[in-house]
Design a protein around this ligand. Structure first.
Ligand code: NAI
Ligand code: MG
Length: 364
């Protein structure tokens, strides 16, 4: 069997800085755990634009389709703000998501005990929190037709359309049920079936798919009530599945329960490939952070946790993923903090590289 393959796309700003620390972790697995990967690296975003005049070349796109997992840093930066929309760095990322057909976006909200004080919510509300939001990523109101701004009478009208087919709902529901089976066997589906027909269909299809997963306890909630419940008592949830728009909001809200942007990983999954592994892109939630880029201040944990998700969801190695998450938990419990994780007290922050080294030491 060939080694599993990973394509690394560091991108712009702090992307390459945090990815360098992930490289150390990947290398550690190769030498210390006999878990070697075939790693290749390429350009995306502004870096690709600078070199090739496009944020993603056809060659890189083709490579992304072939590998077992893509690991991306971040794209964008002020340098590229004036570029034409068609070649903006973000287009590189959007093209990857679209052509790989990554319809299920997994956003965990996990609270490391050492950081529970960091949340804007009370400590006992978030300590030990571990939930997962599955957001439909390739359809819904961000893509539905008709759309645009039209003239009607003597004023303009802005139009977007929420549109979901049964098959689009079915496939993301299945991803969420599969995930629930590997976790706490509890799934809450969120829509607004009270006021939206697409929500009525969503609820029907999710309920139907649920018959294939009798072990999973399925519940439904209106998304606005879900937002309230997420802030009130998030630990009532295990897996949440929702559409593109509600998922965008709910996952951002849930993420903030846990503290810093520098801690948040994500996975975007598509259909299984010939080898059974899903098409997959792993990336931290944060952007290229131009305000701190090049200063060695970035927190690499979001990107390292994204690799942990790759171990779990692409390489079917939940044990090693847990090992890596435990190492991060230990590093935080030992008091290591990058600047974004500091309160007011006089703790000295460590650098991106030092955080990476601390994770390696904890793994050892
Ligand atoms: P951002 O996520 O880059 O930064 C927001 C704030 O969080 C900044 O103060 C930054 O210093 C801090 N931050 C982010 N990641 C951090 C880390 N790992 N460690 C420590 N602090 C961290 O979002 P912003 O400023 O809105 O966007 C900057 C650029 O990134 C823009 O060009 C934007 O388009 C792009 N972007 C790219 C994304 C991606 O590649 N997926 C996602 C979001 C934004
Ligand atoms: Mg968002």
């Amino acid at each position: 069997m060939p080694n599993p393959s990973i394509l690394i796309l560091p991108g712009d700003g702090i992307g390459p800085e945090v990815m360098a620390e992930v490289r150390k972790v990947i290398d550690w697995y190769g030498t210390k755990r006999d878990l070697a990967f075939d790693v290749s690296e390429d350009l995306v975003g502004g870096a690709a634009y600078d070199a090739h005049g496009t944020p993603l070349t056809d060659e890189t796109m083709a490579k992304a389709q072939e590998v077992d997992a893509v690991l991306l840093g971040a794209v964008g930066g002020p340098k590229y703000d004036a570029l034409d929309f068609s070649v903006k760095p973000e287009r590189g990322l959007l093209r990857l998501r679209k052509e790989m057909d990554l319809f299920a976006n997994l956003r965990p909200a996990q609270c490391f005990d050492a950081l529970a004080d960091f949340s804007s919510l009370k400590k006992d509300v978030v300590a030990g929190l571990d939930i997962m939001i599955v957001r439909e990523l390739t359809s819904g109101i961000y893509f539905g037709e008709p759309r645009g701004i039209i003239e009607e009478g003597n004023e303009r009208v802005g139009i977007n359309t929420q549109r979901y087919t049964e098959s689009e709902i079915d496939r993301v529901a299945r991803s969420a049920f599969e995930l629930a089976m590997r976790r706490g066997k509890k799934l809450c589906s969120m829509e607004k079936a009270n006021v939206m027909e697409s929500g009525v269909l969503w609820r029907e299809v999710v309920t139907e798919v649920g018959k294939d997963y009798p072990e999973v306890e399925l519940s439904h909630m209106y998304a606005d009530a879900g937002a309230m419940q997420l802030c009130r008592w998030p630990k009532q949830f295990d897996v949440i599945v929702t559409d593109n728009l509600f998922g965008d909001l709910l996952s951002d809200a849930a993420a903030m329960l846990t503290g810093s942007l520098g801690m948040l990983p994500s996975a975007s999954l598509g259909k299984p490939m010939a080898n059974g592994r899903p098409k997959a892109l792993y990336e931290p939630v944060h952007g290229s952070a131009p305000d701190i880029a090049g200063q060695g201040k970035a927190n690499p944990i979001a990107c390292i946790l994204s690799f942990a998700m790759a171990l779990r969801y692409s390489f079917d190695n939940g044990d090693e993923a847990t090992r890596l998450e435990d190492a991060i938990e230990k590093v935080l419990a030992d008091g290591f903090r990058t600047a974004d994780l500091l309160g007011e007290e006089g703790v000295d922050p460590i650098s991106t590289t030092q955080m990476g080294d601390a994770v390696i030491a904890a793994l050892d």
